[in-house]
Design a protein around this ligand. Sequence first.
Ligand code: P1T
Length: 379
Amino acid sequence: MKFNTKTIHGGQEHDKAYGAVMPPIYQTSTYAQTTPGGHKGFEYSRTHNPTRAALERSFASLENGNFGLAFGSGLAAIDAVMKLLKPGDEVISTNDLYGGSYRLFTQIYEDFGIKFHFIGMENADKIEDFVTKNTKLIWLETPTNPMLNIIDIKKAASIAEKHGILLGVDNTFATPYLQQPLILGADIVMHSATKYLGGHSDIVMGALVVKDQELADRLYFIQNASGAICGPQDSFLMLRGIKTLHVRMQRHCENGKAVAEYLNNHPKIEKVYWPGFKSHPNHEIAKSQMSDFGGMISFTTKGNNYNEAIKIVENLKIFTLAESLGGVESLSGHPASMTHASIPKEEREKTGVVDSLIRLSVGIEDENDLIEDLRQAIG
Ligand code: P1T
């Protein structure tokens, strides 16, 4: 089945009772048993729910995995991956990553005795320099949030395989429409499904997909034992959102290109971060592992002035100033004071998250309206 068919049919079957084309919302916490253990495969909705199960099959199908897991948020999904680890274990992570992931790693899991190495992975060979006998996980985002760095997944996977380490890829920015990490050798693919998968800024949810049965069993155990699941109503909405993922992503990419090129030619703009530019340091890797370049763009203004950046995001009218990304509507954000505020200033500035950095999630509105909005806001 091709990707554009999988978004609609992947892992789905018509409802057995009435033939409903969409899976029913099984709004139930529990299931009748005829005798203890005498049930139809469902006992309690933390463990299993038929609507969530339909969504988990869809996730698995989109990412070419065998097993999908849905969680109450993207961070709950990452949290489940971290629970695979034990005190003394080490993780090598991208140094440019979502501020909430960094906060989870440094303010919760470091206290539990996990050691994190945050490194620039633009040259993925560097990962190997940090491998020790305790390294259990390589964790990367590509493209990264918010600097749009590109990391060579295949190379990271070969290092992980050589040393018997798990490779987890946060595929939130790319989506499986653009990039399929399991095919490139990753063991775990993760999504903040809140973003492009849901696509309508109305659900908070996380996803994991894996190929390996034993790894899946450990993660299902954690999902049930820790309980950070999502409900049936949200599962239904997520399935509905996924059905248009391919169509939305195509437009996100077209509009993203138009906006990136407009900004790149603007005299007040210092630098535009977007993997579609030939000048992007890892453009060739982006071209080889992604089918297009997406709708996420970051940029800085000349002079790196905090007040000027704030004024631009305040002036934008169609781009809404808000946390999050990946919805049909365009959003702007100021990472240093919003999504990445939990990363200390010296740390975030090392990766490029300076005071004038603005992040755009380019939506699927008319591209001319978006460019006109930027023109009036930047001045
Ligand atoms: O918000 P939540 O669904 O828990 O997902 C966390 C998360 C994980 N990974 C990446 C790459 C993310 O971008 C996010 C959430 N990011 C934002 C809210 C944001 O505006 O960047």
